[in-house]
Design a binder for this molecule. Structure first.
Ligand code: SF4
Ligand code: SF4
Length: 441
């Protein structure tokens, strides 16, 4: 163990990944909204028509802000699109938003929230009506611009009559203006045959949804582009999530840089990870890069370059995040960064499970929902939603990744993208389970 630790530190020194690691440390000198606004921060430059809703929304939208002061600064920067859900922090995110937006002109904002029932099934139209009333109360508003089905994981949920009947009533009463639907991917299950594209295409064909929220990024854009094109042809608004897969890399660079003792999983896969990090080092040297910022910007610009995208839901955790994301408004991807990102996909794409993919899951003898667990990993490490990710992992359908550590890695062998899923899953299990124990057992 000691030898590995020394090798690793030496490796970081020798290769310059330490420099990258240092670049990952975040320095936040601004501590209040007023301080932030004093420094003449960037403003939103581009507003796009959100499909048939006709609303002009900022190309950079607000996902989950970390506190009210951050959200206030986000809105002062010209962001007018706010996305939330009754499920985010058990409704507390809606409360946070309500406390901020009451001091802004309501008509200038576009607010989207989602209904997320237990077991993902509404009990009746009344159930939906009560949920909408709860959101209205927490948001301190008389109307919701966009009321959405949260995380539709199968076509049955697209057609949910309870939701659609309630939506008609809510529209007549002026409590909601439009309806939408979000989908991260299909529900895991031995009989499940639908994929993300099937579900969202069914939502488009259904004709009752005005806006869709979908994952889309440069690592595997083809499916997202087909969905976005179909939305455009049907004048459906589009919101994007899971936009920045670059963030996952930081997690592993930090692990290498930390110098801490490797745990059992890390030790087992250390050699493989070392080899992977050496590849990463060659990548960064080749492009003479010493931080990840250009690539993170490129991930957002890749999405902004697609005219079928209307807004990206960005998670604002710090004032630096506001500076960063808002300054990207109205920009597009340049050819040099596009080339680097393509190379990143080839060199370091093994660290990211592709969104909406479930190709390898049928190969797993333990019925592990690989893609779903990798999504929770993204929440945990890239979005900083540790507690929620652990709760989702505890409550998910299918087996946890406790067997992956000692498995032959059938999923890894089946992955067409070369994702190191066995190592990643074993590590995710350590992170998402309390004390590394399988919470189901
Ligand atoms: S590593 Fe093995 S147990 Fe884990 S998901 Fe892959 S095939 Fe299943
Ligand atoms: S590991 Fe590969 S095959 Fe499996 S879900 Fe992820 S991207 Fe798809």
């Amino acid at each position: 163990m000691k030898k590995k630790k020394k090798d690793r530190r030496q490796f970081m020194r020798d290769t310059g990944l330490g420099l990258l690691g240092a670049g990952l440390l975040h320095h936040e000198s601004v501590s209040s909204c007023n301080d932030y606004l004093k420094n003449d921060p960037p403003k939103i430059k581009n507003y796009r028509r959100l499909g048939r809703t006709g609303a002009m929304v900022s190309d950079i939208g607000s996902g989950i802000p970390s506190n009210g002061s951050i959200l206030k600064a986000v809105l002062e920067s010209g962001v007018n699109f706010i996305e939330t859900s009754e499920s985010y922090s058990n409704g507390r995110n809606e409360v946070l938003i309500g406390n901020v937006i009451k001091n802004f002109e309501r008509e200038k904002l576009f607010i989207a929230t989602k209904a997320f029932p237990a077991m993902k099934l509404f009990k009746s139209p009344d159930d939906v009506l009560q949920r909408a009333e709860g959101s209205l109360r927490r948001l301190q508003t008389h109307y919701i611009d966009l009321y959405m089905v949260h995380q539709a994981q199968n076509i049955f949920r697209v057609k949910d009559d309870y939701f659609h009947k309630a939506a008609e009533i809510l529209k007549k009463e002026g409590k909601i203006r439009f309806t939408g639907l979000s989908c991260h991917g299909p529900e895991w299950g031995p009989e499940s045959s639908e994929n993300l594209e099937d579900i969202l295409m069914a939502a488009i064909d259904d004709g009752r949804f005005d806006v869709l929220l979908l994952p889309y990024n440069f690592l595997a854009p083809e499916m997202g582009e087909r969905i976005l094109k179909a939305c455009n042809e049907n004048d459906i608004g589009t919101m994007i999530m899971k936009s920045n897969p670059i963030l996952a890399y930081e997690n592993y660079a930090s692990l290498m840089e930390s110098g801490r003792e490797l745990d059992r999983t890390e030790q087992k896969y250390y050699e493989g990870l070392l080899e992977a990090m050496q590849k990463a080092d060659s990548f960064f040297k080749k492009y003479n890069m010493n931080d990840m910022e250009q690539l993170k910007d490129g991930s957002i610009q890749f999405i902004l370059t697609n005219p079928d995208v209307h807004t990206i839901c960005c998670r604002f955790r710090t004032f630096s995040d506001i500076q960063k994301y808002v300054s990207l408004s109205g920009t597009t991807l340049d050819n040099r960064i596009a080339q680097i990102m393509n190379d990143f996909k080839d060199s370091l794409g093994f660290l990211n499970c592709r969104i909406g993919c479930n190709i390898c899951e049928k190969e797993c003898p333990h019925k592990v929902p690989v893609n779903t667990i990798m999504r929770y990993n993204y929440y945990f490490h890239s979005l900083g939603m540790e507690k929620s990710a652990m709760q989702y992992y505890r409550d998910m359908q299918g087996e946890r990744a406790g067997n992956c550590r000692d498995c032959e890695g059938y999923c890894e062998k089946a992955c067409p993208h070369g994702v190191r899923s066995r190592f990643l899953l074993a590590r995710v299990h350590e992170d998402l389970s309390f004390d590394g124990q399988d919470m189901k057992s």
